[in-house]
Design a protein around this ligand. Sequence first.
Ligand SMILES: Cc1cc2nc3c(=O)[nH]c(=O)nc-3n(C[C@H](O)[C@H](O)[C@H](O)COP(=O)(O)OP(=O)(O)OC[C@H]3O[C@@H](n4cnc5c(N)ncnc54)[C@H](O)[C@@H]3O)c2cc1C
Ligand code: SF4
Length: 329
Amino acid sequence: MLPLPIFQHHAPRTLEEVVALLGTHGADARLIAGGTDLLPNMKHGLVEPEHLISLAAVDELRGIAITDDHLVVGAMTTLDVIAGDARVREHAAGFAEACGLVGGPHHRRMGTLGGNVCLDTRCVYYNQTYFWRQSLGFCLKKDGTQCHVVSSGKNCVAAASNDSASTLMVLGGIIELRGPKGARSVAADDFYTPDGIYNTVKGRDEIVTGVRIPLRKGRSSAYEKLRRRASIDYPALSVAVRIDRDAEGAIEDADLVVSALASRPKRIKAAGRHLRGVDGDALPGAIQAAAEAAYKGSKPLTNIDQDPEWRREMARVLVRKALTRATTS
Ligand SMILES: Cc1cc2nc3c(=O)[nH]c(=O)nc-3n(C[C@H](O)[C@H](O)[C@H](O)COP(=O)(O)OP(=O)(O)OC[C@H]3O[C@@H](n4cnc5c(N)ncnc54)[C@H](O)[C@@H]3O)c2cc1C
Ligand code: SF4
């Protein structure tokens, strides 16, 4: 059994108290929501915070609401609640599907949106015990100087493995942040960076308070995920798509993002070009062209212990499945 290291636990009841604690303890503190990722990582010695700030009692961070033009989801809303919510399924089906495919039922019941949005990147050489990593000489992301995925690499390329990220990108999601310096909103597109060591623009002293997703008539979306065991595993590849139709039903805009390849989810721009303006008999050909574009644009690395060529081949399959569902729903 792996023991947890020693830390000081804080249990604030309001967002104001959380922000004050972040201001005091800054880089030495970590927020803990459901703890489904943070606690295993602490047991593996991957993160060693002196202070844990629990969000469990901060009720104002929970809930789902519809405003005039947005679907708003609080950071402490659990993934099972999001996946099962009729409003989320109606307005952002791909996002609901992604939340419903995270881990297993226990992870979704404990795991929150904020924790998923801020999930640490993963790598087969990193998500291991201290003893395992030590025997390999550690790596760039933690305690070492070398990358075992790209041996001459100067940057960590651990995989973005959170299911919600790519769906928030295609749906134009906005991440709401609060910190000692105030509040700010960052488009999901700008939130993730290609740095596997820390792949978001969130300051160490900031909290994600929630996510806003714009509402639009004629919009549909879908999410597909490749994983070894459908009952529990992280994505080995994932595909998020969005289709916007005009009043006549023609495809006005489309977006496709693939993830679990490198540290930042990747937009396949050509897919949108193939699909825009298409309808009727031309649709199967456009979907196939988008699938080919995703195959060409997907270059899986050995950061996940599943065959990169297989993951790449499956990009075609997942894109076809996701686009077929999104264009017929
Ligand atoms: C066996 C297993 C399988 C899993 N499978 C998947 C999977 O398929 N897909 C997937 O996406 N995830 C998976 N996970 C990871 C995890 O369960 C989910 O990502 C979950 O959503 C994390 O949420 P949490 O509330 O438990 O986060 P925590 O573990 O509490 O926190 C995760 C990180 O987010 C930070 N954080 C938490 N809340 C906030 C906030 N509001 N603002 C800023 N930072 C915050 C924490 O400081 C920490 O760095 C799996 C985990 C396990 C153990
Ligand atoms: S990609 Fe390289 S540096 Fe990053 S976690 Fe994996 S082995 Fe370490």
